[in-house]
Design a protein around this ligand. Structure first.
Ligand SMILES: Cc1cc2nc3c(=O)[nH]c(=O)nc-3n(C[C@H](O)[C@H](O)[C@H](O)COP(=O)(O)O)c2cc1C
Ligand SMILES: [Fe+2]
Ligand SMILES: [Fe+2]
Length: 395
């Protein structure tokens, strides 16, 4: 790796993790990711904005050496967020630059003490809106709580109009190019990132976008993925994702052991398509959960397809329902379909697992064994109900 320049004296010194395929032991990363760290060479002081995953500390240090360290020491390490993919190399930086101070807010300081055991005296805490001078460059700190932890903040470099937004607006995309080149690709990976990390915090995100829009921003430099030289691209995408706009789309997340639930799913999918509805089926034992999460960003309806196993829904369907529940999409309708042999609490268990969501539950369709004519009729009614519901949504 090498360093890249956003503008003179502002270097990207982070690390591209081309090979990483899973994040938080949960989220698939088809395009790897990056841990971005930025070096700001002020006339008086030098600041490093965030660090990198601890597994990659050596690469960050090597990049800093290429940029002139340790002859040019780091005075401040700005911690916008305490999660270890950005804070985890702070101890290594403090070892290398013993006089450096970690600049962050009080809440983040507490987290860093707990997570990384950084000593109290190493911190310089800042308040919302406070500035820090590096000589000819000024950093301003703006608190943006809950994107996606309670302590998150962003740093604005006033003279160059650069917003260092950390996870906010990020994308899991390793790309050799510093700036966004392929907008479609970046927006796809940013949407995947939003779905998994940010979607549960839509209300907080709205407030924080309003706050950020009061700043004059020329570049958004997030902590994952390329730098936006057209900030509107990602700000407008976020505004759409958090808006009330729903698409005429049904997500069907299902599992089937012996094909009965699968047969119901296939029938329903065909009926919905015939009604002009976009359908996104996800076989839960095959699917990339990131694709499922992305589909949930705008879908008006989610259908869970689950056979009954050991008196309840198949565990893969429970997992999917808990994931939907945790991600809190704006989905308006939900339905449960599936096949059983003799009985169990399939519907109740899935409904309990969706209890975070303010949605309208449509009549479930459970069938005994392989679906018969009356079961297909019940699926016809469900398709009608979904289509009628979708007529009422703003698309
Ligand atoms: C391991 C296993 C456990 C099952 N446990 C139950 C159960 O507790 N209650 C029930 O009604 N059916 C149970 N069944 C029967 C299935 O729900 C039934 O065969 C259903 O049609 C399977 O749907 P599928 O073809 O979509 O997999 C079980 C089946 C298997 C293979
Ligand atoms: Fe994070
Ligand atoms: Fe992150």
């Amino acid at each position: 790796m090498t360093t890249q320049e956003i503008v003179p004296k502002i270097l990207s010194v982070g690390v591209k993790d081309w090979d990483r395929r899973l994040f938080d032991e949960l989220i698939p990363l088809p395009d790897g990711t990056t841990y971005n760290s930025y070096l700001i060479l002020g006339s008086e002081k030098t600041a490093l904005i965030d660090t990198v995953d601890p597994a990659k500390s050596h690469e960050l240090i090597s990049n800093l050496e290429k940029a002139g360290a340790p002859a040019a020491p780091i005075d401040y390490v700005i911690a916008n967020h305490a999660e270890q993919d950005h804070s985890g190399s702070i101890p290594a930086i403090l070892d290398l630059f013993p006089n450096a101070l970690v600049v962050t807010n009080e809440k983040c300081k507490g987290f860093l003490e707990d997570l990384l055991h950084i000593a109290k005296e190493k911190f310089l805490t800042v308040k919302d809106g406070e500035s820090l001078s590096l000589g000819d460059k000024t950093l301003q700190f703006h608190f943006t709580p809950w994107v996606h932890w309670p302590e998150t903040m962003v740093t604005y470099l006033k003279e160059d109009k650069i917003l260092f937004s950390c996870d906010f607006f990020g994308s899991h995309l390793a790309d050799s190019r510093l700036f966004v080149q392929d907008e479609h690709k970046v927006l796809t990976d940013a949407k995947r990132y939003y779905a998994e990390i940010m979607m549960p915090f839509r209300v907080a995100i709205k407030k924080n976008i309003e706050k950020i829009e009061t700043l004059d921003v020329r570049f958004i430099a997030p902590s994952h993925g390329p730098v936006y030289n057209n900030p509107r691209l990602i700000i407008d995408a976020y505004k759409d994702w958090i808006s009330h706009r729903l698409e005429n789309t049904v997500v069907v997340a299902y599992v089937s052991m012996h094909g009965s639930t699968r047969h119901m799913v296939d029938y329903l999918v065909e009926k919905l398509i015939a009604k002009g509805i976009t359908v996104k089926p996800f076989n839960l034992t095959r699917t990339d959960l990131g694709d499922l999460a992305m589909a949930l960003v705008d879908a008006a309806t989610v259908v869970i397809g689950a056979p009954t196993v050991l008196a309840g829904p198949h565990p893969a369907a429970v997992y999917a329902a808990s994931l939907v529940n945790a991600l809190k999409p704006k989905t308006k309708y939900a339905a449960i379909i599936g096949s059983y042999g003799w009985g169990g609490k399939t519907v109740e268990t899935i409904v309990n697992n969706l209890n975070n969501l303010k949605l309208e539950l449509l009549e479930p369709v459970l069938c005994k064994g392989h679906p018969r004519e009356k079961d297909f009729q019940a699926l016809d009614r469900l398709a009608d109900e979904i289509a009628a519901g979708h007529k009422t949504i703003s698309v």
